[in-house]
Design a protein around this ligand. Structure first.
Ligand code: FE
Length: 186
């Protein structure tokens, strides 16, 4: 199947699910995050990463894993893995690092921790809590760490109930232009 069609189908099938404990759907959250990225004049790859950062939540999981809600499901790795089949690392790496970015921000920006939603504070514990100084230094030294931090700020802001957003379909040309092998500039 066309990779962009595959992503659209994942959203069509599971996008109405609630986004964690927030008053917004998975699809609404994804679209809001992409809109923030566009408003910040982010490059197309980072807009796509913002749109797709939680796609790991939409993929079918093993029943045991789905039931074990107390265990962090490492959705960032599952999402990045899926996206790596068709997108470059400029898309996949910010997705893979977006949970680590939260742990970094919690370690380095006390105001960020204060502003986290209740659900996000809860998942932070499951994700291992704030980074130590050493972990934070290792994180920020990675390629795409800054992109992941930008994505993370939009992620936190993309939880507005009933926010108006463009349609998922409106992002199709942007996604298709980034599919590996189709971009004439690649
Ligand atoms: Fe998110």
């Amino acid at each position: 199947m066309d990779p962009v069609d595959h992503l659209m189908r994942l959203f069509a099938r599971a996008g109405a699910q609630r986004y964690g404990g927030e008053a917004v759907s998975q699809l609404g959250h994804a679209l809001q995050c992409a809109v923030w990225a566009q408003a910040a004049d982010a490059e197309d790859e980072l807009v796509a990463a913002a749109l797709l950062h939680d796609v790991g939540h939409l993929i079918d999981r093993e029943p045991e894993a789905a039931m074990a809600e107390a265990v962090d499901d490492l959705h960032e790795n599952r999402g990045a893995h899926l996206l790596a089949e068709c997108f470059p690392s400029e898309v996949t790496e910010p997705v893979r690092l977006h949970v680590a970015a939260k742990r970094y921000l919690c370690a380095t920006d006390p105001a960020y921790l204060d502003r986290l939603s209740k659900a996000s504070k809860h998942s932070l514990e499951l994700q291992g809590g704030a980074f130590t100084e050493r972990e934070a230094a290792d994180f920020i030294a990675q390629p795409f760490a800054e992109a992941a931090l930008r994505l993370r700020r939009w992620d936190e802001a993309a939880k507005v109930p009933e926010a108006r957003t463009p349609s998922l379909e409106s992002f199709r040309p942007l996604l298709e232009s980034l599919v590996t092998g189709r971009n004439s500039n690649a």
